[in-house]
Design a binder for this molecule. Structure first.
Ligand code: NCD
Length: 335
């Protein structure tokens, strides 16, 4: 324990509260879907992330006795690296499979066997990225240690959504009442469902799904938002996109997920169908924040990088303190 102080989301805790002013509701848990995370869970993670960013919480070497396995059966830059650096800076040992081509997965090893093998080597937590929907949930069922979903096909990417909402909160001060436009491939992007589920914990949030019909948001997400009373609007035509731009606080852009199209001719139909550039942003508010989980291809013009609206590099940077806080809450002594 390193003098960690967690304030309550309402700012209730005092400096010197020991060791944890909030109950740790994350300890020992799997992080598979944002549907499983309450507002309180998210706020707990954000409180500690803020303290990591400000230097109030120093978590270095708090997981010195732990082993964290990173199993990435799909390409990754940010998610893998930020989990790796986070785990190492917490002092944990890292077991990693990053290139499935050089592991037994290429020989046809099942996910079940990979999980059992990694557990056998003493992993205390498994971070899994996998191309199949349901893979993370399955892994959590077979593993006896916590599993973190680092992307399960087109289904979900909960730690990305956590860092996304943390970024929104740190830029705007609050998440309640915000207006978020989601533009791009809403059909196959896994960051979109997780973001929608997490935002549904906040009050009076409105989302705008800005995409051509072929890339529109999946029915399961619409149903979930309706059940939770979250207002949303589908925006399909370019003219309509321009018309709603002034209403937005955040424009969240996604890459067309070429690798997930079951039919390559469908991809050809939508390829290059949208580009966010300075001209499009000129229809929005001056303070509009542009977010993107990255990597980008051609949907977000580099000319936006120099505008104050570009939040995406800061958003990517937030992945490290957030994943540090998350690993510590799951595996550390707190709470
Ligand atoms: C995203 C992913 O892997 O889903 N990237 C990420 O984790 N930052 C988005 C994408 O690949 O388009």
């Amino acid at each position: 324990m390193v003098g960690l102080v967690l304030r309550s989301p309402a700012g209730g805790g005092r400096e010197g509260d020991t060791p944890l002013a909030l109950k740790n509701t994350i300890r020992g848990r799997d992080i598979i879907s944002c549907r499983d995370l309450s507002r309180g869970d998210a706020e707990l993670i954000f409180s500690l992330t803020e303290e990591v960013v400000s230097g109030a919480a120093r978590l270095e070497n708090t997981l010195a006795e732990r082993k964290i396995a990173l199993i990435f059966v799909e390409p990754s830059t940010r998610t893998f690296q930020s989990f790796y650096v986070a785990a190492r800076s917490l002092g944990a040992e890292v077991l990693s499979i990053h290139d499935p081509e050089v592991s037994s997965i290429a020989k046809g090893e099942t996910l079940y066997d990979t999980m059992k093998m990694i557990e056998g080597y003493g992993a205390d937590c498994i971070v899994l990225r996998h191309p199949a929907r349901g893979a993370a949930r399955f892994a959590a069922e077979v593993a006896s240690v916590p599993v973190i979903n680092a992307g399960s096909g087109s289904q979900e990417h909960p730690t990305q959504a956590l860092l996304d909402v943390f970024t929104i909160k740190s830029k705007l001060g609050s998440v309640d009442g915000i207006r978020v436009g989601m533009l791009g491939d809403l059909r196959f992007s896994r960051t979109i469902p997780s973001l929608c589920y997490l935002l549904s914990n906040y009050s009076n949030v409105k989302t705008y799904f800005m995409a051509p019909p072929l890339l529109q948001v999946r029915r399961e997400i619409e149903l979930y938002l309706s059940e939770r009373g979250v207002e949303y609007r589908k925006v399909v035509e370019v003219d309509e996109i321009r018309e709603v731009m002034p209403e937005l606080d955040v424009l969240y852009v996604t890459r067309i997920q070429k690798e997930r199209f079951p039919d390559p001719t469908e991809y050809e139909k939508v390829k290059g169908s949208y580009v966010v550039d300075a001209r499009l942003l000129s229809y929005g508010r001056r303070e509009l924040g542009v977010m993107h989980p990255l990597p980008r291809v051609d949907e977000l013009s580099p000319e936006v990088d120099k505008l104050p609206n570009a939040w995406y590099f800061e958003q990517a940077r937030n992945g490290l303190p957030l994943r540090k806080a998350l690993l510590y809450l799951i595996l550390g002594e707190a709470g």
